[in-house]
Design a binder for this molecule. Sequence first.
Ligand SMILES: NC(=O)c1ccc[n+]([C@@H]2O[C@H](COP(=O)([O-])OP(=O)(O)OC[C@H]3O[C@@H](n4cnc5c(N)ncnc54)[C@H](OP(=O)(O)O)[C@@H]3O)[C@@H](O)[C@H]2O)c1
Length: 116
Amino acid sequence: MSQVLEREGKCRRVALAAMASNRVIGREGKLPWHLPEDLKFFKQTTMGHPILFGKTTFEGLGRVLPKRRNLVLSRSMEPVEGVEVLRSLEQVLALEEPLLFCLWGGGGISSTFPAL
Ligand SMILES: NC(=O)c1ccc[n+]([C@@H]2O[C@H](COP(=O)([O-])OP(=O)(O)OC[C@H]3O[C@@H](n4cnc5c(N)ncnc54)[C@H](OP(=O)(O)O)[C@@H]3O)[C@@H](O)[C@H]2O)c1
């Protein structure tokens, strides 16, 4: 997907979310399921691209994802090595990032970016 979007130059922001048939995407800060194929797709799609998490999602993940620029949207998070903390939507939109911009966040992030 990311390669297609890059090639066609159609989009700078991509929202990725895995959703159950009842529209659930998370539980207690983590994914409610373990699906290796989904994780493989996520890795392939985001590799080499910046990725934006909501703070809760990042904390649930518990680590920095390698070979990607890790961005976390949060008003309260303390600095973490390997992570750039952005404090507002304005800071996100001001990023000078070419090509693809991957978003991966929970409901909080999704409601921040309704236009996606
Ligand atoms: N199924 C999937 O594809 C998928 C993908 C991602 C996440 N998830 C799941 O979703 C759940 C987490 O979602 P969530 O909605 O609870 O949390 P979230 O979106 O990961 O994080 C919410 C936090 O992001 C920060 N934030 C949001 N909008 C902001 C803004 N405009 N400016 C500054 N900071 C902002 C706030 O942090 P502060 O309180 O510090 O300001 C807020 O508390 C987890 O269970 C996760 O596993 C599922």
